[in-house]
Design a protein around this ligand. Sequence first.
Ligand code: C2E
Ligand code: CA
Ligand code: CA
Ligand code: CA
Length: 263
Amino acid sequence: MDNGNLSSIRLLDALRTAVGDGQLKVYYQPRVDIRTGDVVGAEALLRWSHPTLGSISPAAFIPIAEETGLILPIGEWTLRQACAQAAAWRTAGFDRLVVSVNLSPRQFAQGDVVDTVWSILRETELPPQQLELEITESITMDVESAIATLNRLKRLGVRISVDDFGTGYSSLSYLKRFPLHTLKIDKTFIRECTKDENDATIVRTIIAMAHNLNLRVVAEGVETKEQLVFLQRHLCDEAQGFLFQRPVPPEELVEQLEELPAI
Ligand code: C2E
Ligand code: CA
Ligand code: CA
Ligand code: CA
Protein backbone atom coordinates (compact mmCIF):
# COMPACT_ATOMS: atom_id res chain seq x y z
CA MET A 1 0.00 0.00 0.00
CA ASP A 2 1.44 3.38 -0.90
CA ASN A 3 1.46 6.39 1.32
CA GLY A 4 -1.39 8.01 -0.51
CA ASN A 5 -3.71 5.10 0.26
CA LEU A 6 -2.51 4.80 3.80
CA SER A 7 -3.13 8.42 4.53
CA SER A 8 -6.58 8.38 2.99
CA ILE A 9 -7.53 5.37 5.14
CA ARG A 10 -6.27 7.21 8.23
CA LEU A 11 -8.15 10.26 7.15
CA LEU A 12 -11.31 8.25 6.66
CA ASP A 13 -10.97 6.75 10.13
CA ALA A 14 -10.48 10.16 11.63
CA LEU A 15 -13.37 11.60 9.65
CA ARG A 16 -15.74 8.94 10.98
CA THR A 17 -15.29 10.25 14.50
CA ALA A 18 -15.04 13.92 13.55
CA VAL A 19 -18.75 14.71 13.42
CA GLY A 20 -19.67 13.15 16.75
CA ASP A 21 -16.60 14.69 18.37
CA GLY A 22 -17.50 18.22 17.36
CA GLN A 23 -14.38 18.56 15.19
CA LEU A 24 -16.36 19.85 12.22
CA LYS A 25 -17.50 23.45 12.05
CA VAL A 26 -19.38 25.40 9.48
CA TYR A 27 -17.81 28.69 8.40
CA TYR A 28 -19.50 31.32 6.27
CA GLN A 29 -18.26 33.51 3.47
CA PRO A 30 -20.33 36.55 2.48
CA ARG A 31 -21.82 37.09 -0.95
CA VAL A 32 -21.91 40.74 -1.82
CA ASP A 33 -24.30 42.55 -4.15
CA ILE A 34 -22.01 44.20 -6.67
CA ARG A 35 -24.23 47.24 -7.21
CA THR A 36 -25.09 48.11 -3.62
CA GLY A 37 -22.24 46.54 -1.67
CA ASP A 38 -24.77 44.84 0.64
CA VAL A 39 -24.10 41.38 1.96
CA VAL A 40 -26.99 39.42 0.49
CA GLY A 41 -25.94 35.93 1.41
CA ALA A 42 -23.30 33.62 2.78
CA GLU A 43 -21.90 30.30 1.63
CA ALA A 44 -21.56 27.57 4.24
CA LEU A 45 -18.13 25.92 4.05
CA LEU A 46 -17.00 23.02 6.19
CA ARG A 47 -13.94 23.27 8.39
CA TRP A 48 -12.33 20.30 10.11
CA SER A 49 -9.98 20.80 12.97
CA HIS A 50 -8.43 17.52 14.13
CA PRO A 51 -6.89 17.35 17.65
CA THR A 52 -3.50 16.08 16.40
CA LEU A 53 -3.55 16.45 12.62
CA GLY A 54 -4.56 20.10 12.82
CA SER A 55 -6.84 21.70 10.26
CA ILE A 56 -7.64 19.60 7.23
CA SER A 57 -8.83 21.21 4.02
CA PRO A 58 -12.23 20.27 2.54
CA ALA A 59 -10.37 19.72 -0.73
CA ALA A 60 -8.67 16.78 1.05
CA PHE A 61 -11.57 15.27 2.96
CA ILE A 62 -14.70 16.00 0.88
CA PRO A 63 -13.62 13.69 -1.97
CA ILE A 64 -13.00 10.86 0.53
CA ALA A 65 -16.33 11.52 2.21
CA GLU A 66 -17.97 11.50 -1.20
CA GLU A 67 -16.35 8.23 -2.25
CA THR A 68 -17.24 6.40 0.94
CA GLY A 69 -20.73 7.77 1.42
CA LEU A 70 -19.76 9.54 4.66
CA ILE A 71 -20.78 12.72 2.88
CA LEU A 72 -24.41 11.71 3.53
CA PRO A 73 -24.40 12.15 7.33
CA ILE A 74 -21.85 14.98 7.10
CA GLY A 75 -23.81 16.79 4.41
CA GLU A 76 -27.06 16.47 6.30
CA TRP A 77 -25.41 17.76 9.46
CA THR A 78 -23.98 20.73 7.52
CA LEU A 79 -27.34 21.55 5.97
CA ARG A 80 -29.02 21.47 9.38
CA GLN A 81 -26.32 23.69 10.91
CA ALA A 82 -26.55 26.19 8.07
CA CYS A 83 -30.35 26.38 8.15
CA ALA A 84 -30.35 26.77 11.93
CA GLN A 85 -27.74 29.52 11.61
CA ALA A 86 -29.72 31.34 8.92
CA ALA A 87 -32.83 31.09 11.10
CA ALA A 88 -30.88 32.55 14.03
CA TRP A 89 -29.64 35.43 11.85
CA ARG A 90 -33.21 35.96 10.76
CA THR A 91 -34.34 36.24 14.37
CA ALA A 92 -31.49 38.71 14.95
CA GLY A 93 -32.89 40.91 12.18
CA PHE A 94 -30.84 39.75 9.18
CA ASP A 95 -33.94 38.45 7.53
CA ARG A 96 -32.83 38.60 3.94
CA LEU A 97 -29.54 36.73 4.13
CA VAL A 98 -29.65 33.71 1.87
CA VAL A 99 -27.47 30.89 3.08
CA SER A 100 -26.01 28.66 0.37
CA VAL A 101 -25.02 25.09 1.05
CA ASN A 102 -22.96 22.78 -1.17
CA LEU A 103 -24.88 19.66 -2.08
CA SER A 104 -22.60 16.85 -3.23
CA PRO A 105 -23.54 14.62 -6.18
CA ARG A 106 -23.98 11.68 -3.83
CA GLN A 107 -26.36 13.63 -1.60
CA PHE A 108 -28.25 14.83 -4.63
CA ALA A 109 -28.65 11.28 -5.92
CA GLN A 110 -30.09 10.08 -2.59
CA GLY A 111 -33.71 9.13 -3.09
CA ASP A 112 -34.83 11.15 -0.08
CA VAL A 113 -32.91 14.39 -0.64
CA VAL A 114 -36.10 16.41 -1.12
CA ASP A 115 -37.63 15.02 2.08
CA THR A 116 -34.42 15.71 3.97
CA VAL A 117 -34.32 19.32 2.84
CA TRP A 118 -38.00 19.75 3.62
CA SER A 119 -37.77 18.33 7.12
CA ILE A 120 -34.70 20.42 7.95
CA LEU A 121 -36.50 23.57 6.80
CA ARG A 122 -39.48 22.72 9.00
CA GLU A 123 -37.34 21.80 11.94
CA THR A 124 -35.33 25.03 11.79
CA GLU A 125 -38.30 27.17 10.69
CA LEU A 126 -36.22 28.75 7.95
CA PRO A 127 -38.27 30.15 5.05
CA PRO A 128 -37.25 28.13 1.97
CA GLN A 129 -36.41 31.25 -0.04
CA GLN A 130 -33.51 31.84 2.36
CA LEU A 131 -31.84 28.59 1.36
CA GLU A 132 -29.84 28.07 -1.81
CA LEU A 133 -28.44 24.68 -2.76
CA GLU A 134 -25.21 24.68 -4.77
CA ILE A 135 -24.92 21.77 -7.15
CA THR A 136 -22.23 20.98 -9.69
CA GLU A 137 -22.42 19.79 -13.23
CA SER A 138 -21.53 16.26 -12.13
CA ILE A 139 -25.15 15.64 -11.08
CA THR A 140 -25.97 15.39 -14.76
CA MET A 141 -25.10 11.70 -14.97
CA ASP A 142 -28.78 10.94 -15.12
CA VAL A 143 -30.31 14.07 -16.60
CA GLU A 144 -33.98 13.12 -16.44
CA SER A 145 -33.92 12.16 -12.80
CA ALA A 146 -31.79 15.22 -11.97
CA ILE A 147 -34.43 17.44 -13.57
CA ALA A 148 -37.20 15.72 -11.62
CA THR A 149 -35.35 16.20 -8.32
CA LEU A 150 -34.53 19.82 -9.11
CA ASN A 151 -38.15 20.54 -9.92
CA ARG A 152 -39.26 19.07 -6.61
CA LEU A 153 -36.67 21.15 -4.76
CA LYS A 154 -37.81 24.23 -6.62
CA ARG A 155 -41.40 23.55 -5.60
CA LEU A 156 -40.26 23.60 -1.97
CA GLY A 157 -39.22 27.18 -2.63
CA VAL A 158 -35.45 26.81 -2.31
CA ARG A 159 -33.06 28.27 -4.84
CA ILE A 160 -30.70 26.20 -6.93
CA SER A 161 -27.32 27.36 -8.16
CA VAL A 162 -24.71 25.74 -10.36
CA ASP A 163 -21.30 25.92 -8.72
CA ASP A 164 -17.91 26.00 -10.48
CA PHE A 165 -19.67 26.90 -13.70
CA GLY A 166 -17.54 26.45 -16.78
CA THR A 167 -15.31 23.70 -15.44
CA GLY A 168 -17.52 20.68 -16.17
CA TYR A 169 -18.97 19.13 -19.28
CA SER A 170 -22.34 19.55 -20.96
CA SER A 171 -22.75 22.95 -19.34
CA LEU A 172 -24.95 24.47 -21.97
CA SER A 173 -27.36 21.73 -22.92
CA TYR A 174 -29.06 21.52 -19.55
CA LEU A 175 -29.03 25.20 -18.61
CA LYS A 176 -32.38 25.64 -20.33
CA ARG A 177 -33.92 22.55 -18.78
CA PHE A 178 -32.82 22.91 -15.17
CA PRO A 179 -34.90 25.16 -12.91
CA LEU A 180 -31.91 27.24 -11.84
CA HIS A 181 -31.70 30.55 -10.04
CA THR A 182 -27.97 31.29 -10.06
CA LEU A 183 -24.71 30.53 -11.87
CA LYS A 184 -21.47 30.76 -9.96
CA ILE A 185 -18.52 31.46 -12.24
CA ASP A 186 -15.61 29.30 -11.20
CA LYS A 187 -12.73 31.11 -9.56
CA THR A 188 -10.22 29.81 -12.10
CA PHE A 189 -11.78 32.20 -14.66
CA ILE A 190 -11.89 35.13 -12.25
CA ARG A 191 -8.25 34.78 -11.22
CA GLU A 192 -6.84 36.10 -14.51
CA CYS A 193 -9.83 37.97 -15.88
CA THR A 194 -8.06 41.32 -15.71
CA LYS A 195 -4.86 39.95 -17.28
CA ASP A 196 -5.82 37.23 -19.72
CA GLU A 197 -7.96 38.18 -22.69
CA ASN A 198 -9.44 34.67 -23.00
CA ASP A 199 -10.54 34.57 -19.38
CA ALA A 200 -11.99 38.06 -19.72
CA THR A 201 -14.02 36.89 -22.72
CA ILE A 202 -15.22 33.78 -20.93
CA VAL A 203 -16.36 35.76 -17.88
CA ARG A 204 -18.14 38.39 -19.98
CA THR A 205 -19.82 35.68 -22.04
CA ILE A 206 -21.01 33.71 -19.03
CA ILE A 207 -22.49 36.87 -17.48
CA ALA A 208 -24.31 37.81 -20.69
CA MET A 209 -25.57 34.30 -21.25
CA ALA A 210 -26.80 33.95 -17.66
CA HIS A 211 -28.70 37.21 -17.92
CA ASN A 212 -30.27 36.14 -21.19
CA LEU A 213 -31.48 33.02 -19.42
CA ASN A 214 -32.77 35.13 -16.49
CA LEU A 215 -30.21 33.72 -14.09
CA ARG A 216 -28.33 35.58 -11.41
CA VAL A 217 -24.52 35.45 -11.70
CA VAL A 218 -22.03 35.22 -8.86
CA ALA A 219 -18.27 35.55 -9.33
CA GLU A 220 -16.30 33.48 -6.85
CA GLY A 221 -12.69 33.95 -5.83
CA VAL A 222 -12.69 37.74 -6.16
CA GLU A 223 -9.43 38.86 -4.61
CA THR A 224 -8.60 42.26 -6.12
CA LYS A 225 -10.25 45.61 -6.61
CA GLU A 226 -9.40 45.36 -10.33
CA GLN A 227 -11.37 42.13 -10.63
CA LEU A 228 -14.29 43.76 -8.84
CA VAL A 229 -14.20 46.76 -11.20
CA PHE A 230 -14.14 44.41 -14.19
CA LEU A 231 -17.15 42.52 -12.83
CA GLN A 232 -19.01 45.75 -12.10
CA ARG A 233 -18.37 46.97 -15.60
CA HIS A 234 -19.77 43.75 -17.04
CA LEU A 235 -22.81 43.78 -14.76
CA CYS A 236 -22.13 40.68 -12.72
CA ASP A 237 -24.69 40.52 -9.88
CA GLU A 238 -22.74 39.25 -6.89
CA ALA A 239 -19.16 38.67 -5.82
CA GLN A 240 -17.61 36.42 -3.24
CA GLY A 241 -13.95 36.25 -2.30
CA PHE A 242 -11.06 37.21 -0.09
CA LEU A 243 -11.37 40.86 -1.21
CA PHE A 244 -14.43 41.05 1.01
CA GLN A 245 -13.88 38.34 3.58
CA ARG A 246 -12.50 34.85 4.03
CA PRO A 247 -14.85 32.18 5.32
CA VAL A 248 -15.32 32.92 9.04
CA PRO A 249 -17.21 31.48 12.03
CA PRO A 250 -20.83 32.71 12.17
CA GLU A 251 -20.22 35.19 15.02
CA GLU A 252 -17.57 36.98 12.98
CA LEU A 253 -19.67 37.21 9.86
CA VAL A 254 -22.32 39.24 11.65
CA GLU A 255 -19.79 41.40 13.53
CA GLN A 256 -18.19 42.40 10.26
CA LEU A 257 -21.31 42.80 8.14
CA GLU A 258 -21.07 46.57 8.39
CA GLU A 259 -17.33 46.77 7.88
CA LEU A 260 -16.83 45.10 4.52
CA PRO A 261 -15.19 47.38 1.94
CA ALA A 262 -17.77 49.69 0.39
CA ILE A 263 -18.46 49.27 -3.28
P1 C2E B 1 -16.39 25.63 -3.53
O1 C2E B 1 -17.78 25.22 -3.25
O2 C2E B 1 -16.06 26.07 -4.91
O3 C2E B 1 -16.07 26.75 -2.45
C1 C2E B 1 -15.31 27.90 -2.69
C2 C2E B 1 -13.89 27.69 -2.24
O4 C2E B 1 -13.13 28.83 -2.61
C3 C2E B 1 -13.75 27.59 -0.72
O5 C2E B 1 -12.68 26.70 -0.46
C4 C2E B 1 -13.37 29.02 -0.34
O6 C2E B 1 -12.70 29.12 0.90
C5 C2E B 1 -12.47 29.38 -1.49
N1 C2E B 1 -12.37 30.82 -1.71
C6 C2E B 1 -13.25 31.78 -1.37
N2 C2E B 1 -12.83 32.99 -1.76
C7 C2E B 1 -11.64 32.80 -2.37
C8 C2E B 1 -10.69 33.69 -2.99
O7 C2E B 1 -10.87 34.91 -3.06
N3 C2E B 1 -9.58 33.12 -3.53
C9 C2E B 1 -9.35 31.77 -3.48
N4 C2E B 1 -8.23 31.31 -4.02
N5 C2E B 1 -10.22 30.91 -2.89
C10 C2E B 1 -11.36 31.42 -2.35
P2 C2E B 1 -12.79 25.62 0.69
O8 C2E B 1 -13.57 26.17 1.84
O9 C2E B 1 -11.40 25.13 0.92
O10 C2E B 1 -13.66 24.48 0.04
C11 C2E B 1 -13.18 23.76 -1.05
C12 C2E B 1 -14.27 22.94 -1.67
O11 C2E B 1 -14.68 21.90 -0.78
C13 C2E B 1 -15.54 23.72 -1.99
O12 C2E B 1 -15.36 24.43 -3.18
C14 C2E B 1 -16.54 22.60 -2.08
O13 C2E B 1 -16.46 21.98 -3.33
C15 C2E B 1 -16.05 21.66 -1.00
N6 C2E B 1 -16.83 21.89 0.22
C16 C2E B 1 -16.61 22.73 1.26
N7 C2E B 1 -17.59 22.63 2.18
C17 C2E B 1 -18.46 21.69 1.72
C18 C2E B 1 -19.69 21.12 2.21
O14 C2E B 1 -20.22 21.49 3.26
N8 C2E B 1 -20.28 20.16 1.42
C19 C2E B 1 -19.74 19.77 0.24
N9 C2E B 1 -20.38 18.84 -0.47
N10 C2E B 1 -18.61 20.29 -0.24
C20 C2E B 1 -17.97 21.24 0.47
CA1 CA C 1 -19.70 26.22 -3.53
CA1 CA D 1 -17.28 27.09 -6.44
CA1 CA E 1 -15.14 23.65 -6.18
